[in-house]
Design a protein around this ligand. Sequence first.
Ligand code: GLP
Length: 235
Amino acid sequence: MKLIETKTKTEMGVTAAEIFKDEIAKKHDLILGLATGSSPIPLYNELAAMCSAGSIDFSQVRSYNLDEYVGIGGDHPQSYGYFMEQNLFSRINIDKNNTFLPNGLADDLDAECARYDKLIENFGFADIQLLGIGPNGHIGFNEPAGLFSRNTTVVELAEDTIDANSRFFDDPSEVPRTAITMSVRHIMCAAKIILVANGNKKEIVDKAMNGEITSYIPASVLQMHPDATVVISEE
Ligand code: GLP
C-alpha cells in the first residue's frame, strides 16, 4: 500500500482529486466507486472546483456508492443519497441517471442487495474505488466480523459505528441500526483504491496498513490489493 501524508485536509482533498483527474483524463467513461463520511468532503470540494474550472469532465462517468442506511430515504438529510447530492452530484457535470446508491427504503432488502450486485456486475468493478475508514477499521459498512460477505448485504452496524455516526443526527436514537453495504470482494476487485482519512484515524490506519491482515480490521485486507493508496492528513 502506498501512503501519502498531507498537512491539511484541503491538501488531502487536492492530492486525491489529482489522482481522479488523471484517471478520468485517461478514460472518460470511468466507473467510480464513491464513499460518504466527513473524510471525502475536501476531495469532493476540490472535484467540484476542478469541474467549475473545466479541468475535469464527469459527463460520461458512472458511479455507484458503497453503502446506505436502511430505513431512511434520499430526502433525509443524513441519508447517503442526500449527502452525495449535496456534496458532489449537484456540483459537477455528472448525469444523475448515471449515479447509483442502494435503496435503504426498499420493501425487500434481499432483493435490493441482489439488484445492486447485478448493477455492479453489469457495470464492471470500479476503476477507482474511494474509501473512508471507520474508527473500528470498517470499509463501506463492512464491520469487523469473522466472515466477509461475498456480495452486497444488509449489516447490523457495530456499536462504535453507531456512536461515531451519531454526531450527524439530532438525536442519537435516530441513528439507523442497519445498512446495506457493498462487499469487501467488490471493493477488492476495483482496479485502484484510494482511501482518505483525517488525522484522528492515524492509529487505525496504521494498524490496517502495517498490522495483521484480519477480518476484525476490515481495512487490513487492502494490504493485499495491488494498487491501494492511503491519503491521510495530519489535521
Ligand atoms: C461511515 C461510512 C464509511 C466511512 C465512515 C467514516 O461509517 N459508511 O464508508 O468510511 O463513515 O466516516 P468519517 O470520514 O466521517 O470518519
